[in-house]
Design a protein around this ligand. Structure first.
Ligand code: URA
Length: 239
C-alpha cells in the first residue's frame, strides 16, 4: 500500500496533510526517514512512525456514531445529508454504516470498513437483537406486549417475536422494544399493526454494543477493543 494512503487510512490526516508530513521528513519507515509519499509499504510488516510515534496497523476500523435525526443512512447522496457527512474526509472513502436507520430515527449506528462483520451482524440467521426506545402516540397495553411476543402480521411478512416493555402508559406512551430482524420501517410498522404511531425512535443497542450516552448527537468515536470483541463474539447467534 502507498505510504500516504496507509497513513490516511490509519486516521493520521487527509491524503494532502500526510503528504505534507512525509515531505517534511516527519515520517519514518523501519527507522529511516522517507520523503516520498508514493513508496509502497507492507502494513503488516513495516514499522511506520510519525514524529517518533508508532502508527499501529489496524486492518479494519470500527466507529460508534450517534445518529441525529435529519440525515439519511447512506454513504453519499446528491441532495440529502448522509451519516457519512459527519465523518472527517479521510475516514469517508472506505467506511460505511452497518444497517439502516430512518431519516427521523436517532441513536446507535456502527460504521466500519469490515464487510464480513457487517454482513454477519445483519444476517437474519444470527438474530442479533436491536433495542429501541420509542415514544408512541396512543396507549400501549399488555395486549400489545403479547401481540409483539407472538409476531405481528405486517402485510407482506410476519415479524419474529419481539420483546416489548412499557415504560410509561397513557395517551402518549414510552416503550423499549427489542427486535431480531431489520426490515424496512419495522418498529413503526409493528406499532401501526396494533393501531398506534411511533413519534420518536432511538436505537439504544445492537447485540452487546450499547450507545455511549457521552456521545452527543452527530458525534462518533472509535470502538474500544472490548467493544470490537463483543461485536464479534455476538456472532455465535446466541444474543
Ligand atoms: N424501525 C423503524 O421503523 N425505523 C428505524 O429507523 C429502525 C427500526
Amino acid at each position: 500500500m502507498r505510504l500516504d494512503k496507509y497513513l490516511s487510512n490509519m486516521g493520521v490526516g487527509t491524503r494532502t496533510e500526510v503528504k505534507g508530513m512525509i515531505r517534511k521528513g516527519r515520517v519514518q519507515v523501519n527507522g529511516g526517514v522517507v520523503k516520498t509519499p508514493d513508496i509502497k509499504i507492507k502494513p503488516e510488516e513495516d514499522a511506520v512512525s510519525v514524529d517518533g510515534e508508532t502508527i499501529t496497523y489496524e486492518k479494519y476500523r470500527y466507529f460508534m456514531f450517534h445518529k441525529p435525526a435529519g440525515c439519511i443512512t447512506a454513504t453519499e447522496d446528491p441532495m440529502q445529508k448522509t451519516v457519512m457527512d459527519y465523518f472527517e474526509v479521510n475516514k469517508k472513502d472506505t467506511l460505511f454504516p452497518v444497517g439502516r436507520l430512518d431519516k427521523d430515527t436517532e441513536g446507535l449506528l456502527l460504521v466500519t470498513d469490515d464487510g464480513a462483520l457487517a454482513h454477519a451482524l445483519l444476517s437474519p440467521k444470527k438474530k442479533i437483537g436491536k433495542t429501541y426506545f420509542a415514544i408512541i402516540d396512543g396507549e400501549v397495553t399488555e395486549e400489545d406486549v403479547v401481540a409483539f411476543s407472538k409476531g405481528l402480521d405486517l402485510g407482506n411478512f410476519t415479524s419474529m417475536p419481539a420483546k416489548l416493555e412499557i415504560r410509561k402508559a397513557g395517551m402518549v406512551s414510552e416503550i423499549i422494544v427489542t427486535i431480531y430482524e431489520g426490515k424496512f420501517h419495522q418498529v413503526k410498522r409493528m406499532f401501526e399493526a396494533v393501531g398506534k404511531k411511533v413519534t420518536y425512535l432511538k436505537r439504544l443497542s445492537m447485540g452487546a454494543l450499547c450507545l455511549d450516552e457521552n456521545l452527543s448527537k452527530g458525534e462518533y468515536r472509535p470502538l474500544t477493543e472490548e467493544e470490537i470483541q463483543m461485536c464479534k463474539a455476538n456472532l455465535d447467534g446466541s444474543k
